[in-house]
Design a binder for this molecule. Structure first.
Ligand SMILES: NCc1[nH]cc(CCC(=O)O)c1CC(=O)O
Length: 314
């Protein structure tokens, strides 16, 4: 544990997964901390933590543990003191953290939208019937089937680079990628058609980076306060309360996005049948101070509207 500001002699250890996107997020966190405290890069070390989710490539994620799978090893490293902070894509984070860990530092959010990426730079509207769309996301699968039931959806695992390669190889004709991932990886070269939230509501917390720490680590808590972005935290509070209230099982496709206008927050939420045959959508407004309350409220409304069958049937 650090006893003071990090330094080259006693650097802050930043834990991350090893994918190019995860590394980009860790570097962004390091750079923001270095700038906030006027520290050299040598005052930080990036520790890459191998994860079960990265090693098992031949199964659908939900078969081997779903949400939480990418975070378990990294959180163990945090708890056993081998790293000081852990950098995460908030989209992949469970709504609750293990005892002893706190997640209350969020960097300014990137573009929240999904992009449609296809071989001939088709759009979602003009891609011909029968073409194959690759995705491993239940939400994207359900959303695309709701809108284009004439497309074929196949399982498509792997990091952003792998999925782009599979497109080139013709394993699929199209896929969805988060704009945030493309931007953080500097992949403006990829032909991409961003979809507005009205066209395709993104995943809860899409585009947001969170920094986790040990709850009792006062030094690190103080350090992180300087890079925390309040509005992102408020938006995530609404979206994650919505997810938590739905008991976000990884089998129910869920989308949610909160946006802030002045003192007001607007939350949009959506749940879908996995085959896209039914979509329930809602929108609510509240004061920014009630972000978490409105998320829970929307989840309650939607559960009542959907009935239990919605969550158990395919
Ligand atoms: N599930 C993988 C994942 N987790 C976060 C991102 C993108 C970055 C973000 O949303 O913050 C991605 C890739 C993708 O969905 O294209």
């Amino acid at each position: 544990m650090l006893n003071a500001l990090p330094s080259p002699a006693e650097p802050l250890r930043i834990g991350t997964r090893g994918s190019p996107l995860a590394l980009a997020q860790a570097y962004e966190t390091r750079d923001r901390l270095a700038q906030a405290y006027d520290l050299p890069h040598e005052a930080f070390v990036i520790e890459v933590i191998k994860m079960t989710g990265d090693m098992v490539q031949d199964k659908a994620l939900r078969e081997i543990g779903g949400k939480g799978l990418f975070t378990r090893e990294i959180e163990e490293a945090l708890l056993d003191g081998s790293i000081d902070i852990a950098v995460h894509s908030m989209k992949d984070m469970p709504v609750e953290q293990p005892a002893g860990l706190t997640l209350d530092c969020f960097l300014p959010r990137e573009d929240v939208r999904d992009a449609f990426v296809s071989r001939h730079n088709w759009s979602l509207n003009d891609i011909p019937a029968g073409k194959v769309l690759g995705t491993s996301s239940l939400r994207r699968r359900a959303q695309i089937l709701a809108r284009r039931p004439d497309l074929v959806v196949v399982e498509f695992r792997g990091n952003v680079q792998t999925r782009l390669r599979k497109l080139d190889e013709g394993v699929a004709d199209a896929t969805f990628l988060a704009m945030a991932g493309l931007n953080r990886l500097g992949r403006a070269d990829v032909p991409q058609k961003p979809l507005s939230p009205a066209e395709m509501l993104p995943a809860v917390a899409q585009g947001a980076i969170g920094v986790e720490r040990r709850t009792d680590d006062r030094i690190v808590a103080g350090l992180l306060a300087a890079i925390h972005h309040g509005p992102t935290g408020t938006r995530l509070a609404a979206e994650r309360a919505f997810l938590a209230g739905l008991d976000g099982s990884c089998h129910t496709p869920i989308a949610g996005l909160a946006e802030i206008q002045g003192d007001e927050l607007t939350l949009r939420g959506e749940i879908l049948r996995p085959d896209g045959s039914e979509v329930l959508a809602d929108q609510m407004r509240c004061a920014v101070t009630d972000a978490a309350v409105i998320g829970a409220e929307m989840a309650r409304k939607m559960r009542a509207l959907a009935g239990e069958g919605f969550f158990t049937l395919g």
